[in-house]
Design a protein around this ligand. Structure first.
Ligand code: AMP
Length: 464
């Protein structure tokens, strides 16, 4: 008989296992706490949306939409298909209901509705939800954050995956005051400090708005056409499709050419120039260090004015740990009311990689107590105390089968338990427990009350 196939996680995806997952939980929980202090609420949007939502908001000429989306057709149930066909004015008798087969013309007519995509980012979904739920009537700015997986069909490498995780935040409302941008950046820096990611550089730029950017893009296109022959194929293609993206190029031989191109900062309209100047003043007011980078245009179409990116040291080529910016026209583009917006997305995979490489890891909760019970007569006491300890938040491992004492302590050690709780017939007879600290074999006899008190207070960090 042939061996059955062994399965592995798909290309560019991976499992996050304990104890690693504890680091992830801590990272995400810290974000929730920090963002909560700035008045942000959690939003959970679907993992997939209509393909058109992403195409329209991110832009069809971007890498994300043109090459990287995981898109699939919704397999319609036959009766659903018939309903949709009739709704669209087709003759339902043309659909072979039994097989769910429809003539190609009908499928083509429906395809606009039936294509779905695993979300490559979440700003589009948040904006869709903002419009769908009429959130523009809510008082003040609407501040939302999300935590979850995103999907892009990329070539996997260190720090670049096909399923990766982002923590993002968005501020939507009527105001585009630079203070909103600055406060969002402050929150980001407070979070990065809390998780110990301090070897980072914040880059900021303004890419203008619909009044001044088109002229700049034309000027850039004109200048790029002059040097077209010296550019690589990607940049050459982008002269037509998206000239701003040429500024993103990492090709060594293009750097000197790009350095001589006109800079957006010299071509902003008065309003955009003022907005950017005030943003920089606000950042100074808040003591946030930043560098200006006129080449920071970001890859997605919906950005206006403020753009920013956070780069972490020591991550190699995939070193951007957060990116974001303003997207004042996006809600309208998605048929919503005139609304201003700004947001960012942190790449958790890379941020956690960077924290790990810095070696500055937090002390995360592990196994507190391994119950070493000996003799069947002690088992009931072991089950009872394990339950009580767990109820007071202590993490406990209770073997379900009797073990030799030595083997028990050995396993406790290997599992990384901090204590072994020894329960033998003596302990049961006297109503006490022996608590042994595994790091130094220090041992004490405690009553149930003392034991609970001791471990609980230690959990609260009041004892060594
Ligand atoms: P973007 O909006 O594309 O700049 O994405 C925001 C952040 O998400 C980036 O700065 C990265 O940290 C992270 N990110 C984007 N794509 C990937 C990927 N394929 N794998 C891991 N992280 C990613």
């Amino acid at each position: 008989m042939t061996q059955p196939k062994q399965f592995r996680a798909s290309k560019g995806t991976r499992d996050i296992l304990p104890p690693d997952s504890a680091l992830w939980n801590w990272f995400e929980q810290t974000a929730r706490e920090v963002f909560g202090t700035y008045g942000f609420g959690d939003i959970r949007t679907p993992i997939f949306e209509e393909t058109q939502l992403f195409a329209r908001s991110i832009g069809t000429d971007t890498d994300v939409v043109s090459k990287e989306m995981f898109t699939f057709q919704d397999p319609l149930a036959p009766e659903e298909l018939v309903r949709k066909v009739v709704e669209r004015g087709f003759d339902a008798t043309k659909v072979h209901v039994a097989g769910g087969q429809a003539p190609k013309a009908i499928w083509d007519a429906l395809s606009e509705f039936e294509w779905l995509t695993l979300r490559p980012e979440a700003t589009a979904s948040v904006c869709r939800a903002y419009i769908e739920h009429g959130m523009h009537v809510l008082p003040g700015n609407v501040k939302l954050y999300y935590v979850g997986p995103m999907f892009r069909r990329e070539r996997p490498q260190k720090g670049r995956y096909r399923q990766f995780y982002q923590i993002g935040a968005e501020v939507l409302g009527q105001s585009d005051a630079p203070a909103i941008d600055a406060e969002l950046l402050e929150m980001l820096m407070v979070f990065f400090k809390r998780v110990g990611l301090t070897r980072t550089t914040l880059y900021v730029n303004s890419i203008g708005d619909k009044n001044c950017r088109p002229q700049y893009v034309e000027l850039l296109r004109h200048e790029l056409l002059q040097v077209k022959d010296q550019l690589g194929p990607d940049s050459r293609r982008r002269i037509e499709t998206n000239p701003l993206r040429v500024l993103d190029s990492k090709l060594p031989h293009e750097q000197a050419i790009i350095a001589k191109l006109p800079r957006i900062s010299d071509h902003l309209c008065a309003e955009c120039r003022e907005h950017f100047a005030r943003l920089k003043d606000e950042l100074k007011l808040r003591g946030i260090a930043y560098e200006e980078n006129w080449r920071l245009v970001r890859g997605l179409d919906y950005y206006t004015r403020t753009t920013f990116e956070l780069i972490a040291e020591g991550l190699g080529s995939q070193n951007a740990v957060c990116g974001g910016g303003r997207y004042d026209g996006l809600i309208e583009l998605l048929a919503g009311p005139p609304t201003k917006g700004i947001g960012f997305a942190i790449g958790s995979d890379r941020a956690i990689l960077s924290i790990r490489e810095s070696g500055d890891l937090p002390r995360l909760p592990g196994l507190d107590v391994f119950v070493a019970w000996m003799g069947l007569s002690t088992y009931a006491a072991a089950v009872a105390i394990a339950r009580k300890l767990r109820e007071s938040g202590v993490s406990v491992e209770l073997p379900g089968e009797e073990m030799k004492f030595k083997k028990s302590l050995n396993l406790a050690d290997k599992l990384g338990a901090r204590y072994a709780l020894i329960i033998g017939s003596d302990e049961v007879a006297s109503g006490t427990f022996t608590l042994k600290r595994l790091a130094d074999a220090d041992q004490k006899k405690l009553s149930e009350y003392e034991l609970l008190e001791y471990l609980e207070s230690e959990k609260r960090g009041t004892r060594g």
